[in-house]
Unconditional design. Structure first.
Length: 815
């Protein structure tokens, strides 16, 4: 081998595309100069070289928008800093809407982007025609304009980042393929090249684009991504195309248009994409292209011609087809892998790798150096993935759908259509028989709502009330006034046992789990900064055996956190999620119903709030935990999965006289929100402390074991809270807030919503938002302000409340 490789480096970055380059650049900025970038072919030769180079700032969420705006700023300055031309310029961008629902989505984007400081505004058709004369506009209902959106040369920008990284001390080698990652115990310790050369490293980052899944497999890490064919065309020079023309996106016609030296480049996000090389990407694919496919692209090209009629007669200079890595949920993966320490991932960029590269380099470098990311990145964290997602048939189906979803409507509650039925509750058939309309979370099919007998079991999406609104109302009313039953089997369940189980869990949990046998405790697991890493319940089964329950979506993440904490201790942990079904029986009549089927006294005296009691229903022994996520008297029944059917049927048979109704996750979400219960991943994250989140009641300050994060919380306890989660009622009965909507006090922006849902008790939408005020967020400050929310550019009054709108003293659960 001609390339000189060191024998060790502090950080090895595998992959010399724009992501690896940006990470190396930012690591050197953070003072890590001993960085080695290893590229198997030539720099940019993977996917980066053929990107269209759009650098847009508007993304689906606040945090992703923040990463993109950072890239935008960085690319603007990079040329001056490094002396390497980047080709960056900012012609601005325009997105057009051809129907009112799409326009509603865009308007919501305008409000969300304003929370990140993006300059963005609506333009009328005259201004649109003025800026892009070639567009057909007669069937459009709206357009938004982002004046500072940019476009760049992906190759030149990558080379500028590489130059900056080299100036900072990094070493970059080409023509060296990494054969596998090396591990010592649970820690990644380096790489081995194809030629058998070993480089030891403290940290290894896989920035290997569409090769990352196969590289990760060499060290037992799961990175479910898959390459798809991705297309654009470039015309011959076209009359009417002027330099400086803004980029145009027409998502309803699956197309974007960009000016390129007097020509038009049109790129496509077709609804059903073509998977490329399911069984692995060849290592020598460098500056590679894939064949034309007009049969596949023809209908999409026609849609593009509808928006820009001049395309139809234009000569085509280039039909480009190149591969890019896509992920099952359309967002990339970042962070330390849950399986192996010091093995990081930055891959699966779903055709936004150029525009996100700057932000990704920034946050990942911070993550590596500080041990945590500089902001909440749960939506992009690799710990949201599951091993079933790397199954080839799953990837084949789901990824061909997920590419198209990038330009499809991002409907609230939108359900995937492909790769369904992966994980099913043992009650699935019965629930299906009884009218369940399923949605997917973490691969689980979960009843989201129950249809009436003659009702179509399908979603009719909208940004307003959807077709299941009245079903949800009936389910919520049953829970509030009678009793509802939820299938919560998707909850992740871990058993923690052994002589040191208590000690480990006491150190992890902010609440005390050193309680009497059979008691369940609601707690958070915190990081050293006091941020909430997990939100769960821990029930003590015996002296040294505990039952940990968390949400379905958090299974991989919380398991990794637990596994790391148990290392070196005399503790056995097992994930028993699939072995146990869970039925939530909730509502004021739940006691009567459960007593009637179990013949056991479930009064407050014999079964107080938080206790776990063994009860027998239909001859099946169940662990009944008196807990509630909906703010009512209720029990979670933990039942061996293979016997859950009998329990379900027995409760159903006896349910009528108690007013029992089956209820789904949409109702649960509405009920928990009005009861003020937080949801990890939305209302709470690793950058929010329990004090900020209003969860101070779950902190056992004085327990003998010092829990992780206590010191940070103690410090915060002594200070005025300048950030705090507040609940809001939207007073306009026609508007529903979903997430990231700005909140204004006396017309000044003070925070954004974390989530929202219709509340049937309030007959309004409720939502939560973190508010910031340097002199404190307290009742007096709330009372003295005039409060408004902005939903899709409409400002409307909201009523704030520190306490929940429903049962503010939380008495019902104890009734
Ligand atoms: C047609 C098309 C248009 C696009 N347009 C845009 C756009 O307008 N805007 C935008 O933001 N994004 C766009 N993208 C997406 C963008 O190009 C990618 O998201 C981005 O380039 C991904 O960068 P990367 O560094 O992750 O991957 P890559 O560029 O593929 O880099 C990964 C590198 O890792 C190397 N590697 C892999 N395995 C190993 C190994 N074992 N050892 C050593 N090296 C290894 C590979 O050789 C490769 O060079 C487009 C993509 C396509 C296909």
């Amino acid at each position: 081998m001609s390339v000189e490789l060191p024998t060790r480096a502090q950080v090895v970055v595998v992959g010399g595309g724009i992501i690896g380059a940006s990470l190396a650049y930012h690591l050197t900025k953070r003072g890590i100069t001993d960085v080695l970038v290893v590229e198997q072919g030539q720099l940019t030769g993977g996917t980066t070289w053929h990107a269209a180079g759009l650098v847009s700032q508007l993304k689906p969420t606040h945090s992703l928008t923040k990463l993109a705006t950072y890239s935008n700023r960085l690319f603007e300055e990079l040329e001056d800093e490094t002396g390497q031309a980047t080709g960056y310029r900012a012609p601005g961008s325009i997105s057009v809407a051809s129907d009112l629902e799409r326009w509603e989505e865009m308007r919501r984007g305008i409000s969300m982007a304003s929370t990140v400081g993006v300059e963005i505004r609506e333009i009328d058709m005259d201004e649109l025609t003025d800026k892009v004369p070639l567009l057909r506009t007669d069937d459009l209902v709206g357009a938004l304009y982002i004046p500072k959106d940019g476009q760049t040369s992906p190759v030149d920008t990558t080379m500028a980042l590489i130059k900056g990284a080299r100036q900072g001390g990094a070493t970059v080698v080409e023509g060296v393929a990494v054969q596998r990652l090396l591990k010592n115990g649970d820690t990644c310790v380096g790489i081995e090249t194809e030629d058998g050369h070993v480089v030891e490293a403290e940290t290894v980052v896989m920035a290997a684009g569409m090769w990352t899944r196969q590289l990760a497999e060499t060290i037992g890490v799961n990175v479910p991504l898959q390459a798809c064919e991705h297309f654009y065309i470039v015309t011959e020079p076209l009359q009417g195309v002027e330099r400086g023309m803004p980029i145009v996106r027409d998502p309803s016609n699956y197309t974007y248009f960009k000016e390129e030296t007097g020509k038009i480049m049109a790129g496509f996000f077709e609804p059903k994409a073509k998977i490329w090389k399911l069984d692995g990407i060849p290592r020598d694919f460098c500056f590679g292209t894939l064949p034309e496919d007009w049969d596949h692209l023809g209908p999409i090209f026609e849609a593009a011609c509808h928006r820009m009629p001049a395309l139809a007669d234009a000569g085509l200079q280039l039909f480009f087809n190149g591969p890019e890595a896509f992920t099952p949920d359309g967002t990339f993966y970042l962070g330390e892998s849950p399986e192996v320490d010091r093995c990081f991932v930055a891959a699966g960029f779903n055709s936004v790798g150029i525009q996100t590269a700057g932000g990704v380099g920034w946050v990942l470098a911070d993550w590596i150096v500080d041990g945590y990311p500089p902001m909440d990145l749960a939506g992009a964290d690799i710990r949201r993935s599951f091993s079933f997602q790397s199954d080839r048939s799953y990837l084949k189906e789901r990824i061909s759908e997920s590419l198209g979803l990038l330009y499809a409507m991002h409907w609230p509650f939108r359900q995937y259509e492909s790769a369904r039925g992966i994980r099913k509750s043992s009650l699935h058939e019965a629930l299906d028989r009884d009218g369940a309309v399923f949605g997917e979370t973490a691969g689980w099919e979960r009843p989201n709502w129950f249809a009436d007998n003659d009702q179509l079991r399908e979603y009719e999406y909208s940004y307003g009330k959807q077709n299941w609104h009245d079903n949800m109302r009936a389910e919520c009313e049953a829970v509030r006034h009678a009793v509802g039953m939820f299938d919560q089997s998707s909850f992740a369940k871990f058993l923690v046992a052994g002589p040191e189980a208590l000690a480990v869990l006491e150190r992890l949990s902010a609440n005390s789990v050193d309680v009497e046998l059979g008691k369940g405790v609601y707690t958070q697991w915190l990081n050293e900064r006091g941020g909430i890493e997990a939100d769960l319940t821990v029930t003590r089964l015996s002296q040294d055996e505990f039952w940990v329950v968390t949400s379905a979506a958090s299974q991989t993440r919380d398991w990794a956190w637990l596994r790391r904490a148990c290392r070196g201790h005399s503790v056995e942990i097992s994930d028993v999620t699939e072995d146990w079904s869970v039925l939530g029986v909730m509502g004021p009549h739940s006691r009567g119903l459960l007593e009637s089927v179990s013949h056991i006294d479930l009064s407050n005296k014999s079964c107080p709030f938080g206790s776990m009691t063994e009860i027998v229903i239909a001859g099946v022994s169940c662990n009944a935990l008196r807990m509630s996520y909906v703010g009512e008297l209720g029990w979670e029944l933990y039942i061996p999965a293979d016997q859950a059917g009998a329990v379900y049927e027995e409760i159903r048979r006896n349910g009528d006289r108690f007013g029992l109704r089956l209820a789904g996750f949409h109702a649960m979400n509405a009920l928990r929100l009005e009861a003020g219960y937080r949801h990890w991943g939305h209302d709470i994250s690793d950058e929010d402390t329990p004090l900020e989140a209003g969860l101070g009641f779950a902190i056992a300050w004085d327990k003998p074991v010092e829990f992780i994060g206590r010191e940070a919380l103690l410090k915060q306890r002594g200070e005025t809270l300048t950030k705090r989660l507040i609940q809001f009622r939207v007073e306009d009965p026609d508007l529903i807030s979903y997430h990231d909507d700005p909140i204004f006090r006396n017309s000044v922006y003070v925070g954004r919503t974390t989530g929202g849902m219709w509340s049937h008790t309030q007959d309004r939408c409720l939502s939560m938002a973190y508010l910031n005020n340097p002199s404190g967020v307290d009742q007096a400050w709330l009372d003295s302000g005039d409060w408004q929310i902005e939903i899709g550019t409409r400002r409307r009054p909201v009523t704030p409340s520190i306490r929940s709108f429903y049962d503010p003293k939380n008495q019902k659960v104890r009734s």
